[in-house]
Ligand binder design. Structure first.
Ligand code: SAH
Length: 357
């Protein structure tokens, strides 16, 4: 690690401000931002439209970090899992999910997670640390480069490791950097933020001008159930969460996605399905059912397909838009709850586990 400012984590205005501190004209900030985010060039020496002296000065006083690609694994369905190493040698995973029908990058916002949901492997690690905006955007830069999609449309889902609203400031900064038309130009409409529903942060999100799509991990229909599955519910009840969703300012034709992991015999009964319909009454909602991706460390099982279909049908028959998430990349453990980093440095405490959709 170094104390030099990391230009990869600055918004364009931030680079301009850093330059003006050095007495350098602001327009060079725009050039540098473009080099980093539009062209994926991180070596100041190669930024040929900058004066030589500036390149030398920057090389001495600033850095542009990028997660290092350590390994990749491609599933039979084309889903590709990328293992990335950060500057402190911690590892994270990001996943490319092709043709769904869009191209989608699934990125992490934390190393580990503090939410400890009962069926999620990442929760087992606890929170190791938040990612910086540079590291969140860096995952997208690496994936765009590796998939050849730079300059082409793709979607981003914040559904990797971590709870994005627990790392609010760096996550929102990353979204602003990604949205900048001088850089990767990923419009927030193409970004989905998935959250357990940290209430104060959700209220704050409601006031943002750059608004991603919202997905809420509900997973239950009573407080008793949700307390057991999503521990943060003990602090912010389902009623408070649903109220906040009801108030959430949705853009035209936008809806909130409610994610609902299906656990056999726990939350997958017809009565659960009917309660879910009632809970979402009056909200512009769609429901994404996630049949559990099983793992030995997860003490639940996946309902069979007929049970999943029956649950979905109850929602659909009552006018709720519902989809069942097809599990992608299961053979390489890149699916939700199956993202497991098994690096060379693995030890009991370091076994990094994550969940991706
Ligand atoms: N912290 C955010 C992002 C988590 S990952 C959130 O909770 O929304 C995206 C989704 O995958 C969440 O809905 C999460 O609950 C779900 N998930 C986690 N483990 C899973 C598993 N083993 N099987 C299926 N879905 C899982």
């Amino acid at each position: 690690m170094t104390d030099s400012p990391d230009f990869a984590g600055f918004e364009r205005a931030g680079i301009e401000a850093a330059l003006s501190d050095l007495g350098v004209p602001a327009f060079h900030g725009r050039q540098i931002f473009r080099w980093i985010h539009a062209r994926d060039v991180t070596d100041f020496a190669v930024m040929t439209d900058l004066p030589h002296r500036l390149r030398d000065r920057l090389a001495e006083s600033a850095v542009v970090t990028t997660p290092v690609l350590e390994a990749r694994q491609t599933s039979t369905d084309g889903t590709t899992k990328f293992l990335l190493r950060l500057t402190d040698d911690r590892q994270i995973e990001s996943v490319f999910i092709p043709d769904t029908p869009s191209q989608t990058f699934c990125v992490s916002t934390q190393v580990g997670c503090a939410m400890n949901c009962a069926f999620c492997l990442t929760g087992r690690m606890g929170l190791v640390r938040h990612l910086t905006a540079a590291e969140i955007v860096g995952q997208v830069r690496v994936l765009a480069r590796e998939t050849g999609l730079r300059g082409q449309p793709f979607n981003i889902v914040l559904m990797g490791m971590g709870e994005p609203l627990h790392n609010y400031d760096e996550t929102m900064k990353a979204l602003r950097i990604l949205a900048d038309p001088q850089g990767l130009a990923v419009h927030p409409r193409r970004v989905t933020l998935s959250t357990v529903g940290l209430l104060p942060a959700l209220e704050r999100l409601a006031g943002e001008s750059l608004m991603p799509n919202l997905a809420v991990s509900l997973h239950a229909t009573t407080d008793e159930q949700r307390n057991a599955l999503v521990p943060i519910n003990r602090k912010y009840s389902m009623e408070q969460l649903i109220d906040a969703c009801r108030r959430f300012p949705l853009a035209k034709r936008r809806r909130i996605t409610f994610e609902y992991v299906l656990l056999a015999g726990v939350n997958d009964s017809p009565a659960d399905a009917r309660r879910l319909v009632t809970a979402l009454d009056g909200i512009r909602a769609k429901v994404n059912l996630l049949p559990l991706n099983e793992a030995p460390a997860i003490p639940f099982s996946r309902p069979d397909d007929t049970r999943v279909d029956a649950f979905a049908k109850i929602l659909a028959d009552r006018g709720v838009t519902v989809s069942v998430r097809k599990s992608r990349g299961r053979d390489i453990r890149a699916a939700c709850g199956q993202l497991i980093v098994e690096g060379a440095r693995r030890s009991a405490g370091q076994r990094l586990a994550g969940q991706l959709g």
